[in-house]
Ligand binder design. Structure first.
Ligand SMILES: Cc1ncc(COP(=O)(O)O)c(C=O)c1O
Length: 381
């Protein structure tokens, strides 16, 4: 039997491959982006109580009212934006589902979608499955600033959606309010929507985070995606949410109701209670991760790697051109074998990576001892 694959170019992801190699060789795994420490114990207690004593049946399709209410309060507190918990917020099974729902709902056959490369790997596959065509603005080291002239040159009558991500995985770069304004100016007279992937919204160092929530005009055209997995160290819970104006949300919900209908009810219950009783959690996240970032950067300061700026996310990029001529995939395989540290080659996030780029990504959502041990190994090179 020959199956005509809808995604012929998709294989096992590099994350699965590097994590499997790290486990096989006993390497320190700084490749995949998830914490190796426990979440807030209060959340775990609330989740177990919700499982044992609470509602274990379907929640409403849009999410538990208590959770949507708590999300609306979080957005008002953090961004000063008023959103309706009834019409403008939907709880999804991770940010991934929200992104997939949004692309499926909005992109028609032949529509063009503009991405900024390097990009999170889910975007392209969702666009292809929807019959869309990817158009790319390439971001380059060391600061990965968007080139707005290139962006403008990609706009056509077929452009339907722009996908943005700040703070940015894998580069750790962040957009400015100026970038959001330039984006708005470029699309305002066209029939284009924005999907803003803000899963690292609370992990932002230095100035406060730039968000589409804070741009009144742009937010009227945008779907903004968040992830409790990133914000509460719970990547395995896969609970996220999307905020959008009613007209866009109506379309997104048509897809969401058939993809998952709803997300695990006891987990939603626990998150609703936690948001209400520990409202400070998200505001404390940046300082928590800044400490880890600095531990890793300080421990690598005397190494032969060049550390790129990291303004947000829990990813640090290293340039290894002074150490090796290998391409980044081969270098990461070599690192696992020879040094005992697993990293991610940055080229896998590009359709076409800049030719002489030599970058790897380390995840610092790890215990400090793990970061120091990994940095000591890398510093021996
Ligand atoms: C940029 C970006 N978007 C979306 C996601 C998916 O988030 P979730 O686990 O909530 O589905 C991730 C996870 O790594 C990510 O890095």
């Amino acid at each position: 039997m020959t199956i005509a694959s809808k995604l012929p170019d998709v294989g096992t992801t590099i994350f699965t491959k590097m994590s499997a190699l790290a486990a096989e060789k006993g390497a320190i795994n700084l490749s995949q982006g998830f914490p190796d420490f426990r979440p807030d114990e209060r959340l775990l207690t609330r989740a177990s109580e919700a499982l044992l004593n609470g509602n274990n049946q379907y929640s409403p399709m849009t999410g538990l009212p208590a959770l949507r209410g708590a999300i609306a309060e979080l957005i008002a507190r953090h961004y000063g934006r008023d959103v309706s918990p009834v019409d403008e917020i939907t709880v999804t099974s991770g940010a991934s589902e929200a992104i997939f729902d949004a692309i499926t709902a909005l992109v028609h056959q032949g529509d063009e979608v503009i991405l900024f490369d390097p990009a999170y790997d889910l975007y392209e596959s969702a666009i292809i499955l929807a019959g869309g065509v990817c158009r790319r603005v390439t971001l380059t080291a060391p600061d990965f600033r968007p080139d707005w002239q290139v962006f403008a040159s990609l706009l056509t009558d077929k452009t339907r959606l722009v996908l943005i991500n700040t703070p940015h995985n894998p580069t750790g770069s962040c957009w400015t309010t100026g970038d959001l304004e330039l984006l708005w100016q470029a699309i305002k007279s066209r029939d284009i929507y924005v999907l803003s992937d803000e899963v690292y919204e609370f992990i932002h160092f230095g100035e406060s985070a730039v968000s589409v929530h804070k741009h009144a005009k742009l937010s009227e055209r945008s779907l903004v995606v968040s992830s409790f997995g990133k914000s509460f160290h719970l990547t395995g819970w896969k609970v996220g949410y999307v905020v959008a104006p009613t007209e866009l949300m109506v379309e997104l919900r048509k897809v969401h109701q058939y993809v998952t209908f709803c997300t695990a009810t006891p987990l939603q219950q626990a998150l609703a209670e936690h948001l209400e009783q520990a409202p400070e959690s998200s505001a404390e996240l940046a300082a928590f991760y800044q400490k880890k970032r600095d531990v890793l950067r300080n421990a690598l300061a005397d190494s032969r790697f060049t550390l790129l700026p990291c303004d947000g996310t829990y990813f640090q990029l290293l340039d290894y051109r002074d150490i090796s001529d290998l391409d980044d995939v081969a270098f990461c395989e070599w690192l696992i074998d020879e040094v005992g540290v697993a990293a991610i080659p940055v080229s896998v996030f590009y359709q076409q990576a800049p030719k002489d780029q030599r970058l790897i990504r380390l995840c610092f959502a790890k215990e400090e001892e793990t970061l120091i041990e990994a940095a000591q190994r890398l510093s021996r090179l």
